[in-house]
Ligand binder design. Structure first.
Ligand SMILES: NC(=O)C1=CN([C@@H]2O[C@H](COP(=O)(O)OP(=O)(O)OC[C@H]3O[C@@H](n4cnc5c(N)ncnc54)[C@H](O)[C@@H]3O)[C@@H](O)[C@H]2O)C=CC1
Ligand SMILES: O=C(O)/C=C/C=C(\O)C(=O)O
Length: 480
């Protein structure tokens, strides 16, 4: 059985506890690897290694740092098939999705920041009084990156690439539920010649390793993606130490469909925004609002298309949906389907666990589910489900749909479907979400600010936002 070691000070090493955690393949429901059960001792060791490496890494020329990060990107590309297969086995997502989205994006994250760092420059502001300010952006030192299980390598690299590009040394923790590709990345980093201690990957539970990262006084900035409750917990620990925080948290995203939309394009994309990655993306559109004249047609077509989706072995080419990441998570999603029924919802399609045969007979699979007949303010429509479950609701006016869309504690992303340009701008101005996609979904330009409002997070990642987060701004004012 594969044993997943920590990557500390350039070495693959066992956890100090000598203990290991079971890692499951969700499509077969069985343990297939053992993961280091690390604790604050391993985090302490990682921080010491990172501190030692900091003068070397931050003092390196940008060209040299860029070249090493590009080598990591090339290493991801060279190991493309191995990483995609590992991601699919670890997470349960269709192999095709890992090949088309997760792994290419992980390589892009490194490419993007490896080249970006060369162009990252100081700002200067001249004053009429005869003075000039220039703002130095210096690396922070040792930073922490904590990532979730839904897009494992994609989100892990989305954090560590800018942190490293900005000249920091990193103590990183991938999710204990999906640690495999982060482990494979540590092998790639060794191969790429990343100096020892620059990146340290400490595996284990959130309440041990994650907690130790949040508490460590020498980790002065943390980038976290995960659940809102965990984000609030980390914020509470970090606040008295005045740590810099970037929190990418949950969502309950609206998809708003007007009757004048490009119907076929909308339908194809809304299928994806509802069920991609089994609905386990914080950006998925889980509340679908449809203008009343289009509602019945949309309902008919959407339900029919959903019922035709194939839930199957993630390794097979024709599976549209794979397994849910874990048994507890599958049960959580099922409990929300029960709640929807109690709240008066009608299940139009789906709603049950899927029992596959042979290899996947004990896997954790769910039918893609469409629910109607719920009020906008019931729990099903207010709380994050994070699975292949969407609700559909009609609306009559722009004011009404904006009220529905903005009614939750979350404010991550919205998608809007209309051919009316003025309306698109009007709606975008009123939606309280950090990201608004009009006539598209998850169309990503890595230069743009990425993040949420309200309980969906604090701060923005991506492009210069990430480089600014991972640096200290120091203004120098010179009077001449
Ligand atoms: N990006 C997103 O929006 C995500 C949202 N979620 C939501 O959160 C819910 C719970 O999922 P979980 O896997 O439990 O997410 P989580 O928020 O517990 O896990 C995310 C990361 O935080 C770590 N973590 C957990 N406790 C920690 C602590 N005390 N200190 C520091 N780090 C800690 C985990 O080990 C993991 O690496 C999901 O059902 C879903 O609704 C989950 C994953 C991603
Ligand atoms: O950066 C992206 O393209 C996607 C990010 C997705 C998440 O943060 C998530 O699903 O947790």
């Amino acid at each position: 059985m594969k044993v997943i070691s920590n990557y500390i000070n350039g070495q693959l090493i066992a956890p100090q506890s000598g203990q290991y955690i079971d890692v499951y393949d969700p499509s077969v429901g069985e343990v297939y690897a053992k993961l280091s059960d690390s604790d604050n001792r391993d985090v302490g060791q990682a921080v010491q290694a990172a501190k030692k490496a900091f003068p070397v890494w931050s003092g390196m020329t940008t060209e040299k740092r860029s070249a090493i990060l590009l080598k990591i990107a090339q290493g991801i590309e060279a190991n493309f098939e191995k990483l995609a297969l590992a991601e699919s086995i670890d997470n349960g997502k269709p192999l095709k999705l890992a090949q088309e989205v997760d792994i290419p994006r992980a390589a892009s994250n490194f490419h993007f920041f490896a080249t970006g760092l060369i162009h990252f420059a100081s700002e200067s502001h001249s004053m009429e009084e005869g003075a000039i300010n220039y703002t130095l952006r210096t690396p922070i030192g040792v930073v922490g990156c904590i990532s979730p299980w839904n897009l494992p390598l994609y989100l892990f690299t989305w954090k560590i690439a800018p942190a490293l590009a900005a000249g920091n040394c990193v103590v990183a923790k991938p999710s204990e539920i999906t640690p495999m590709t982060a482990f494979l990345l540590s092998e790639i980093c060794i191969e790429a010649g990343l100096p020892a201690g620059v990146l340290n990957i400490v595996h284990g539970y959130g309440n041990k390793v994650g907690q130790a990262i949040a508490e460590h006084p020498q980790i002065t900035a943390i980038s976290f993606t995960g659940g809102t409750v965990t984000g609030a917990h980390i914020a509470k620990i970090a606040a008295p130490m005045f740590k810099k925080l970037s929190l990418e948290l949950g969502g309950k995203n609206p998809a708003i469909i007007f009757a004048d939309c490009n119907y076929e394009k909308m339908l194809d994309t809304v299928m994806r925004s509802s069920f991609a990655n089994q609905g386990q993306i914080c950006l998925c559109g889980s509340r679908i609002f449809v203008e009343r004249p289009l509602y019945e047609k949309f309902k008919l077509d959407f339900v029919q298309r959903t019922a035709q989706l194939k839930v199957g072995d993630p390794l097979l080419e024709n599976s549209n949906l794979g397994a849910i990441v874990s048994e507890p998570h599958m049960n959580k999603v099922l409990s929300y389907i029960d709640l929807a029924k109690q709240e008066g919802g009608t299940i139009l399609t789906g709603g049950k666990r899927v029992k596959l045969e042979e290899r996947c007979k004990n896997g954790w699979f769910l039918e893609p589910t469409v629910i109607e007949g719920l009020s906008y303010d019931c729990r099903t429509n207010q709380e994050e489900i994070f699975g292949p479950v969407v609700t559909i609701m009609p609306f009559d006016t722009e004011e009404e749909v904006l009220m529905y869309a903005n009614s939750t504690q979350y404010g991550l992303a919205s998608s809007v479907w209309t051919e009316n340009l003025s309306r698109a701008h009007r709606i975008a101005a009123e939606l309280k979400t950090g990201i608004i996609w009009t006539n598209c979904w998850l169309l990503r330009d890595l230069r743009t600010p990425f993040g949420g409002m309200k309980n969906s997070g604090v701060g923005r990642e991506g492009g210069w936002e990430a480089m600014r987060f991972f640096t200290e701004a120091k203004n120098v004012c010179i009077k001449y």
